[in-house]
Design a protein around this ligand. Structure first.
Ligand code: SAM
Ligand code: DTB
Ligand code: SF4
Length: 321
């Protein structure tokens, strides 16, 4: 699938047919029981020079988020081991940068990647725009994937962000895949975009040199103080259609039900998994926004009859002292 017309033809199928086709693809290329748990950590929070209209961390908006300096490697080690004990197999770190500066901060991020890899978890970072040589250094440190979202269609992008262009985004994605790092790239729904904008974003993903290994679908978490603070919630059925279309278009990718789960019913989340989503962020916090509790997620997985990670020995021991 490469053209907008092809994406529209799939997206607009009667829902039962769309869900059936997505489920077929899901079973053929992946294991439906394998829903990956990823933990997220903001390693450098707030004060970002970019003006992304959705973001709590932009210095252009008055949100309640306080600036915090780059975490230490020891802090990351502690959070990553805790996440691993709770069943995370991927650890994602975000920094509120336009692009990382070479020097001590970037070196520290490389060490953070090494620490996560040494705990035997996949490591993903999202640091803004990257040069070719930064991508190569991240690869050498063992980075599994780089998250860099296109967010929406090329046409709608400039309504949301003015401090960088769609082509800047595509250039970083090229640098990442040329360095041999998996690309994690998706977007946000619920920013006032049309159905066509959402599908055009998927078309862009389908045209990347290497298709994304991972496609995060975020529902806008409206942040007070940002231009999108009053955006209306995303229609549930439209979200499910988009996830099913992404599953069919990217059969081997992880399709990630990312931000916004705390405002979704259990039933909507179940529909999203039936449509082919196979990853969640878990733990009470995303980068700055709320996420469902680990207990609520464990209940949801039990109700679906999907595996829930057992506490590790260390955690069982802690629970009994
Ligand atoms: N500064 C880096 C960048 O923008 O590439 C990395 C951090 S940024 C917070 C990572 C992604 O989170 C954004 O590209 C966007 O897709 C998503 N995101 C940010 N704020 C969000 C919000 N309020 N609701 C939903 N998704 C959001
Ligand atoms: C992505 O697509 N979603 C995650 C991750 N990549 C870095 C971030 C979601 C952020 C939600 C808003 C917040 O926590 O501030
Ligand atoms: Fe900065 Fe990323 Fe937030 Fe945009 S999304 S303001 S680049 S932290």
């Amino acid at each position: 699938m490469k053209t907008l017309a092809e994406f529209q033809a799939i997206y607009r199928l009667p829902l039962p047919e769309l869900m059936f086709r997505a489920a077929e693809v899901h079973r053929q290329f992946r294991d439906y029981r394998d829903v990956q748990r990823c933990a997220l950590l903001s390693v450098k929070t707030g004060g970002c020079p970019e003006d992304c209209g959705y973001c709590s961390q932009s210095a252009h908006h008055e949100s309640a988020v306080e600036r915090e300096p780059l975490l230490t490697v020891a802090e990351v080690r502690e959070k990553a081991s805790m996440a691993k004990e709770r069943g995370a197999t991927r650890f994602c770190m975000g920094a509120a940068w336009r692009s990382p500066k070479d020097g001590p901060d970037f070196d520290r991020v490389l060490d953070m990647v090494r620490v996560v890899r040494s705990l035997d978890m996949e490591a993903c970072v999202t640091l803004g725009m990257l040069t070719e040589s930064q991508a190569v250094r991240l690869k050498e440190a063992g980075l599994t994937a780089y998250n860099h979202n296109l967010d929406t269609s090329r046409e709608y992008y400039s309504e949301i962000i003015s401090t960088r262009s769609y082509d800047d985004r595509l250039e970083t994605l090229r640098n990442v895949s040329n360095a041999g790092i998996s690309v994690c790239c998706g977007g946000i729904v619920g920013m006032g975009e049309t159905e066509e904008d959402r599908l055009k974003m998927l078309v862009e993903l389908a045209h990347l040199n290497t298709p994304p290994e991972s496609v995060p679908i975020n529902c806008l978490t409206p942040i007070p103080g940002t231009p999108l603070a009053n955006a209306a919630p995303v229609d549930s059925i439209e979200l499910v259609r988009l996830i099913a279309t992404a599953r069919i278009a990217f059969p081997t990718a992880r399709v990630r039900l990312s931000a916004g789960r705390d405002r979704m019913s259990r039933e909507l989340q179940v529909l999203a998994f039936l449509a082919g989503a196979d990853s969640i962020f878990f733990g009470e916090k995303l980068l700055t926004a709320n996420n469902p509790s680990a207990d609520a997620d464990a209940d949801l997985f039990r109700a679906m009859g999907l595996p829930v990670p057992e506490p590790t020995l260390a955690r069982r021991t802690l629970a009994t002292v």
